[in-house]
Design a protein around this ligand. Structure first.
Ligand code: FES
Ligand code: FES
Length: 156
């Protein structure tokens, strides 16, 4: 079937079965490989994208459920103030180890900051609890989110 989906501000016509997970449309049809496959069961967060600003597990989101909603992926999150601040803080604090989980972490963290400019530790733990990191970067992720929150509060 043919679908038109909006990704990072652009409309894309894709040919796929309606129950194809968005993750595979992004990676295999559109060649946008920043979004990662981890578990395929909404358990790890590696595949997180934003749909109309909400962090969403693309591995369990059928392409026919998206309609006109706006999808944002890690390839474009740096164009938002929160995404830019998160990416800068990630670099400052050298959050990344193997990196595999990190695009999903950045997408969840950016969505958190967009909705809550002063997150507490509990807010951060709650927002990030669905993003698993086998390398155990959780403490640095928390610090980086706080640094990014300060930077957004100061206008970048
Ligand atoms: S790959 Fe989607 S949550 Fe793990
Ligand atoms: S940085 Fe390796 S899984 Fe998170």
């Amino acid at each position: 079937m043919g679908f038109t989906i909006r990704v990072n501000g652009n409309a894309h016509s894709v040919d796929a079965d309606g129950d194809t997970p968005l993750l595979w449309v992004l990676r295999d049809v559109l060649g946008m490989t920043g979004t990662k496959f981890g578990c395929g069961m909404a358990l790890c967060g590696a595949c997180t994208v934003h749909i109309d600003g909400s962090p969403t597990r693309s591995c369990v989101t059928p392409v026919d459920s998206i309609g006109d909603s706006e999808i944002t992926t890690v390839e474009a999150i740096g164009k938002t103030p929160e995404g830019a601040a998160i990416q800068k803080a990630w670099l400052n604090l050298e959050v990344v180890q193997c990196g595999y989980c990190q695009s999903g972490q950045i997408m969840s963290a950016s969505a958190l900051l967009a909705g809550n400019s002063h997150p507490t530790d509990a807010d951060i733990d709650d927002a990030m609890s669905g993003n698993i990191c086998r390398c155990g970067t959780y403490l640095r992720i928390r610090e980086a989110i706080k640094q990014a929150a300060q930077s957004v509060g100061q206008g970048g």
